[in-house]
Ligand binder design. Sequence first.
Ligand SMILES: [Fe+2]
Ligand SMILES: [Fe+2]
Length: 298
Amino acid sequence: MATRFVAPSCESQFLQQSFQERLSHWNRQRLAPAYPDDWEERFRQDEVILRLEHGFIEELRAQIRDRAAQAPTDPDGFIHWFEDLEQSGPGQHDPLFPWLAEQAERDEIRWFLTQEAAGEAGFDDLVAMTQVKLPDSPKLELARNYWDEMGRGNEKGMHGPMLAQLVTTLDLSPSIEATAWESLALANAMTAMATQRCYAWHSVGALGVIELTAPGRSAHTARALRRIGLSQSERRYFDLHAVLDVKHSRDWNELAIKPAVAEDPRRATAIAEGALIRLTCGDRCFNRYRSHFGLERR
Ligand SMILES: [Fe+2]
Ligand SMILES: [Fe+2]
């Protein structure tokens, strides 16, 4: 039976279970390949929820804008600031991960991965949507990254199905209703930034900071999976990202972010905001997961 999460008592109309579920369902529906039926009803719905989606991102932006404004806008200074987020960014080196690696029980790891799987927006599609009309160098780097997501043309190497296989192996049943709003909000924020073109550079920052910070989390998760007896092939998704994303991050920063900022320094601030929005969403998830597991807050 699915667990339903109670919305927190906070002022925001967006940081709520009901709103995030609604946005998740809308994203699932609107991004699915479909047919031109019921277009009138769809346009009506889209108009309302697009405004809400924009409001949601603006609220997240308002929370991190001051910090993002401190990021240097020259290419080298900016990359230095961006890479420092691995150490100093919100939610980085959260004690949740060593706990998962060393102590969590199988069902606790399964719960954690169910949340993460339901909140997964599909990195490959986010990259694909973000690259539209980007300048050549960032576009080429996003293409290379996308090709890796596609297993370089080999179906068995595609990252999305690799994660889906882990969900099957662990017999997980991810669903929107059984997922904490914090996790839905993370996926919804990523989708909003990748689809609304006014946030294209935010999306470049948010995706880049995933590459920057995923190796640490993936290595801990891979250790957790090994400890509960999963084989090398079964835990491949996390083993792979613990290593490959180190290279992805280096290339993204050097070949997507740096030339983009050199061409227009305003992009530095947008990229910084996107990265901080993503990390803040992640931080909310880790807090929620720790409180679910009864772990002390930091
Ligand atoms: Fe990947
Ligand atoms: Fe990657």
